[in-house]
Design a binder for this molecule. Structure first.
Ligand code: NDP
Length: 346
């Protein structure tokens, strides 16, 4: 099957690419720069030579015509749209987060509708950010599921950096569903969204550098480099104490895009369950005793799970029934993440 994967240089997308090739698919992927394109081609020389890998440059997904050319690749059947800003290094949340997230999403859906009639399914990487309602984040009587929507609006984007990110993901996902549901747009494909909470897991060696590690793995780098030990406390993970392994998120995209017909029109809330930074620190200490001097000790306080009475409930049983994913354990994930970070110099 021929697949278009946007944002192929991303943390999650790199695992999707690997899994697509392992299953024999051909992939056109987009990146922002020739330097990243070259790294991906070098990582997959045989696919690059055979034509099973094409890397296209899309410099800015915030342009409404960003994807107009790449969707014209003949024979595309599936599109996995993962590209969207996930960082907190912005000064203008509208320009730097919301516009690329929302316009990027509508631009690809429009381009497919106009020029890629062979596409039968589009998977958009959304987030638990589009599910959570901040007003209920510490409310034990509240259960978030595939049916839950974050009520955040554009008016909220200056409240905090994380609210701005959540708004970008919520507004982008809404725009996607609005687009396919409006018959005037004439979309001929199914839409599916994948909505993961915090994603941890190994970084692919050919793209990673420690100073530019993806946002969700930053805490693992902090822990390994001794920040938590120096601070004398493990930081709280905040109210979103649920997570999933990047390899399981990638598998969910592949299943949703290519393998499970019944997920058409669904939001897939993929999570392996609760985690805490304190547990992360304990796992690293247990498995990497050689780093003990930099790691939090048994006495270091902080970072434990919020008490049961102070955290939301969640129910993703519909997703689990549809996808049948066996989620990796937090311990396995942390160990594999640390090993991958050590390979790039942690
Ligand atoms: P990364 O930052 O590694 O990946 C983001 C990707 O989007 C990169 O390929 C990046 O390109 C691209 N991108 C960002 N902004 C732009 C832009 N303005 N124009 C073009 N491309 C852009 O993060 P993740 O892999 O974690 O994120 C992938 C997706 O998963 C995102 O949609 C994110 O919202 C979502 N997600 C992530 C979670 C997590 O915990 N990691 C949780 C839930 C959802 P470049 O490499 O050039 O920077």
């Amino acid at each position: 099957t021929k697949v278009l994967l946007t944002g192929g240089s991303g943390f999650i997308a790199a695992h999707i690419l690997e899994q697509l090739f392992a299953k024999g698919h051909s992939v056109v992927t987009t990146v922002r720069s020739e330097a990243k394109a070259a790294k991906i081609r070098e990582a997959y020389p045989s696919q690059a030579a055979s034509g099973d890998l094409t890397v296209a440059i899309v410099p800015d997904i915030a342009q409404p015509d960003a994807f107009d050319e790449v969707v014209k690749t003949p024979g595309l059947e599936v599109v996995l749209h993962t590209a969207s800003p996930f960082h907190f290094k912005f000064t203008d949340p509208l320009k730097e987060l919301v516009n690329p997230a929302v316009t990027g999403t509508t631009a690809i859906l429009r381009a497919i509708t106009a020029s890629a009639p062979t596409v039968r399914r589009v998977v958009v990487t959304s987030s638990f950010a589009a599910i959570i309602d901040e007003a209920h984040a510490t409310d034990p009587s509240h259960t978030f599921s595939e049916a839950s929507w974050n009520p955040v609006t554009l008016a909220d984007i200056h409240k905090s950096p994380s609210t701005a990110y959540r708004a970008s993901k919520t507004l982008a996902e809404r725009a996607a569903w609005d687009f396919v549901r409006d018959p005037a747009n004439g979309a001929k494909f199914d839409l599916v969204t994948v909505n993961p909470p915090m994603v941890f897991g190994p970084v692919v060696h050919y793209l990673a550098s420690l100073d530019a590690v993806n946002t969700s793995n930053e805490r693992v780098v902090d822990c390994l480099r001794g920040k938590w030990r120096r601070d004398g406390a493990v930081p709280s993970a905040g109210p979103v104490a649920i997570w999933v392994d990047v390899r399981d998120v990638a598998a969910a995209h592949v299943r949703a895009g290519l393998e499970v017909a019944e997920v058409a029109g669904k939001r897939l809330f993929v999570t392996a369950g609760l985690f805490s930074n304190a547990e992360l620190g304990r796992i690293v200490r247990r498995h990497f005793p050689e780093d003990a001097e930099l790691l939090p000790t048994e006495e270091t306080k902080g970072g434990e799970l919020p008490a049961e009475g102070e955290r939301f409930r969640f129910d993703n049983s519909e997703t689990n029934r549809l996808l049948g994913i066996e989620y990796r354990s937090f311990e396995q994930c942390v160990v594999d993440t640390v090993k991958s970070l050590k390979k790039v110099g942690a």
